[in-house]
Design a protein around this ligand. Structure first.
Ligand code: PEP
Ligand code: MG
Length: 825
């Protein structure tokens, strides 16, 4: 007890003697005998029963409470009451120096003991105990903001450093943590106890994770640094003994570290990076389910049979893309035209006047029953294929590839060619990350995952088997995937998660306008697919909405949304960007965005088919209803209309005429609406890029869609898992088209922006800015990375690398021009 004299003492009040003693032992691991700790725990003989006793607590307080005072930590319920009663039993002078704290008993005792051992005052030790859960909550992502203790401590540290900088001695050292456990409790406690011996204000900062500085006197503050092995810590001292203190603590940190064993990076496999972020957790499969099939009759059997034929075509397409490259595709396709299924279903429709889904389901069930009775086990197993085909047809008839996740905790989801409607249904709260066994980075499913901030990789079929594996980890920025990661990998992934959290700009920290080193302004606008990402984008500081993908609002609708309903939903999105510019794109359906209610014809090459503006012009009623909804919702807002997939000037004039008609119809009924509106075009077909100079006569602005522009320029399907490297927007051919559009836009004084995924790709955005783009529209989650990629560059630097990128052979070489420019030296 002698070493404890003059320090704050601790009392541990618990219903369980064993718990209190174990907690004391844990705290003493950090402080030895430097602090007086007394347990008042258990009831009955020798405290063997569960309970608390006010008299025993009073005696414990009197034992440890010296002039510096005592802090009492309690476990649950009655312990608090007993401790309060104990204060009434003791000498009022001692009671006045005793603090009861609501801090957690285990973490609080350890943190408070270390602070007390370092000479902390009664208030400091109490605060340390109270805030002891902060770092844990922050590490687990439960804290809304960095642990309050750490924040307070950081402020105090910054103030201390600032106050002593003038004239005082200062010393700084940086060192990497080599201890596999990082700066965990024991070395941190030793550091704190050593630090108090010096006349110096000492702070530590985790340079790698951008956390701190925090004072080297608080275990909680040090824990809030989240310092893991390999992180670089900056140790700084100011004051009379700054130099000696920094040397001593650096030596202590290095001595604590076991000799560095050569470590291989954790083994991972590479898939296609799709959406940045790191995920780690249990792995679940996305199970596709199908809607309930109603047993209704129809008035027109011939039309119903025709509907079934169209559904068979759609199902063939659907299965064709989902099973591409697998040996079961042929069998599925054969089933889709098997007369035993198709003729049987059609004759049922004719005979019983039942609906197509019901008829096909009956035919499927009959066929499945035949397979089920076969002797050969291989053939018997084909029953599953029959059901698979049946489900695809029913989905094509009734809409919505509804996929379900099994109940359970948040998980990493493994999907088989995730569709946009499935991606749209994934809730970020339940989905830690996505591993798509197929797919690619610019598929619409990928875009939706990025908007939702869900880390994802694609094209992982070879890495993730059909079954097996309980846990998975992934890094969506690098494409790495781990199945059942080992503890070492788990720690590495947690470190990456913490570093990402620490580097994220808080909401409100940005106004969406970046200044290059030369003063040129680059604007960050947002791509939005619904009201919730509009709100997130506004919070993140987007200047405006650069692309509102209206087709995403109705992905799983089987009936056409009415005009009022459309206007209502649009108004909700516009409200999130009140006062800011909003670019609304007319329906861009078709391609990989099949809207069930449109009942589109099957096409051999859907991305080259009747999609985007072609589809809108083929269905004028649909287009004009949408334009009226946009104008009505746009009243009082700065909206602009954007036309997708333009390939000829005639398409632009046709949409302009439709817009005039929509305005006249609204004016005729006296409906309030926005008018006039600027009308721009997406440049995403090479013909539009090459003809930009002519199109500028009809378009008020250009927005370059690099996703489609890349697909069409390189003839490489955007969602194709094996063409990912080819379909790269950094390819000089795409960059040359961007330059053509920029030049045409500037000559005609038409603003030019980029709204394809390239705008949010830190390896391409600097090249786009170098080509003269000053407006980048992307998913808001990409803002940080783009801001970092442009930081410190001037337009002249970027123009130079863009010029080089135009002159190389391929995308990899173009990306390398930027990467090389960023390397120091
Ligand atoms: C594009 O093609 O780049 C684009 C922004 O449009 P979408 O991705 O919706 O086809
Ligand atoms: Mg497009």
């Amino acid at each position: 007890m002698s070493g404890a004299a003059g320090r704050v003492g601790l009392v541990l009040v618990s219903h369980s003697r064993v718990l209190a003693e174990a907690t004391e032992a844990l705290a003493r691991q950090m402080t030895g005998e430097a602090v007086a700790i007394a347990c008042a725990a258990g009831a009955g003989d020798g405290g063997a029963e569960l309970g608390t006793d006010a008299t025993a607590i009073a005696a414990a307080i009197e034992r440890v409470c010296g002039p510096a005072g005592a802090v009492v930590l309690m476990d649950i319920g009655g312990a608090i009451l007993s401790a309060e009663m104990a204060l009434e039993l003791i000498d009022p002078a001692i009671a006045a120096r005793t603090r009861l704290t609501g801090g957690p008993i285990v973490e609080g005792a350890v943190a408070a003991a270390v602070r007390a051992a370092a000479g902390g005052t009664l208030d400091q030790v109490t605060a340390e105990a109270r805030q002891a859960l902060g770092p844990k909550a922050e590490q687990l992502g439960e804290a809304e903001r960095p642990a309050s203790a750490a924040v307070a401590a950081t402020d105090a540290a910054a103030a201390a450093v600032a106050a002593t900088d003038a004239g005082a001695l200062a010393a700084t050292v940086e060192l990497a943590i080599a201890d596999p456990g990082g700066l965990h409790a024991r070395p941190a406690a030793r550091l704190i106890t050593r630090a108090v011996a010096f006349d110096a204000a000492l702070t530590l900062e985790n340079v790698t994770a951008a956390r701190g500085p925090v004072p080297a006197s608080s275990l909680i503050a040090l824990a809030s640094l989240g310092a893991r092995r390999g992180d670089v810590l900056r140790l700084r001292g100011t004051g009379r003994q700054a130099v000696e203190a920094v040397e001593a603590l650096a030596a202590l940190l290095q001595r604590d570290a076991p000799p560095a064993a050569p470590t291989a990076p954790p083994a991972s496999c590479h898939a296609i990076p799709v959406a940045p972020g790191v995920a780690l957790g249990p792995m679940v499969r996305l199970v596709r389910s199908i809607p309930e099939v109603p047993e209704t009759t129809v008035d027109d059997p011939a039309a119903e049979a025709e509907r079934l034929r169209r559904a068979l075509d759609l199902a063939a397409q659907d299965l064709g893309s989902a099973l591409r490259g697998t040996d079961i595709l042929d069998a599925h396709q054969a089933l889709l035209c098997d007369p035993a299924l198709v003729d049987e279903a059609i004759s049922r429709i004719e005979r019983e006047r039942c609906n197509a889904a019901w008829a096909f389901r009956q035919a499927i069930d009959a066929a499945a029953a035949i397979y089920r009775q076969l002797d050969d086990p291989y053939l018997r197993a084909r029953e599953a294929d029959v059901h698979d085909v049946g489900d695809a047809v029913v989905r094509a008839l009734l809409g919505g590839a509804a996929a379900v996740l099994p109940d359970g905790p948040p998980a990493v989801v493994v999907a088989e060619d995730l569709t946009p409607s499935e991606a749209a249904r994934l809730e970020p709260g339940r989905v830690l990350g996505v591993i798509d066994r197929r797919g690619g980075p610019t598929s619409h499913a990928a875009i939706l995952l990025r908007s939702a901030g869900i880390p994802a990789v694609a094209g992982a079929a070879a890495l993730v088997p059909d079954a097996g594996g309980a846990r998975a980890g992934l890094d969506g920025a690098t494409g790495e995937v781990w199945l059942d990661p080992d503890p070492e990998t788990t720690i590495e992934l947690q470190r990456r998660q913490a570093a990402l959290r620490a580097s994220r700009r808080p909401p409100g920290a940005r106004d969406g306008r970046l200044r290059l080193a030369c003063g040129r302004e680059v604007e960050l606008w947002a791509n939005v697919a619904g009201p919730s990402d509009a709100r997130v984008a506004r919070e993140a500081g987007a200047v405006g909405i650069g692309l509102l993908r209206t087709e995403m609002l109705f992905l799983d609708r089987v009936d056409e949304p009415g005009e009022d309903e459309q206007a209502e939903l649009l108004a909700e999105i516009f409200a999130a960007f009140a006062g800011a510019p909003i670019v609304v794109r007319t329906l861009d359906a078709g391609g990989d965005k099949a809207l069930p209610y449109l009942d589109l014809d099957a096409e051999a090459n859907p991305s080259l088919g009747v999609r985007g503006v072609r589809l809108s012009l083929a269905r004028p009623a649909l287009l004009e209803a949408q334009l009226r909804a946009i104008l009505v919702a746009g009243r009082g807002h700065d909206i602009r209309v954007l036309i997708p997939m333009v390939s000829t000037a005639a398409e632009v004039s046709a949409v302009r005429a439709a817009l005039e008609r929509a305005h006249e119809a609204l004016a005729a009924t006296g409906a309030a609406h926005r008018w006039p509106v600027a009308t721009g075009i997406m440049v995403e077909v090479p013909s539009a890029a090459l003809m930009a100079e002519r199109l500028a006569r009809q378009a008020d602005f250009f927005s370059i869609g690099t996703n489609d522009l890349t697909q069409h320029t390189l003839a490489a399907e955007r969602g194709h898992p094996r063409l990912h490297a080819l379909a790269d927007p950094a390819h000089p051919a795409v960059l040359r088209l961007v330059r053509t559009v920029v030049e045409a836009g500037h000559a005609a004084k038409r603003p030019v922006s980029v709204c394809g995924e390239a705008a949010g790709d830190p390896g391409v955005a600097p090249l786009l800015v170098g080509l003269g783009i000053t407006r980048l529209s992307m998913c808001a989650s990409a803002f940080d990375a783009v801001e970092d990629a442009l930081a410190g560059a001037s337009f002249a630097d970027l123009a130079t690398i863009a010029e080089e990128a135009l002159a190389v052979d391929d995308a990899a070489a173009a990306r390398a021009t930027h990467a090389a420019a960023r390397r120091p030296g």
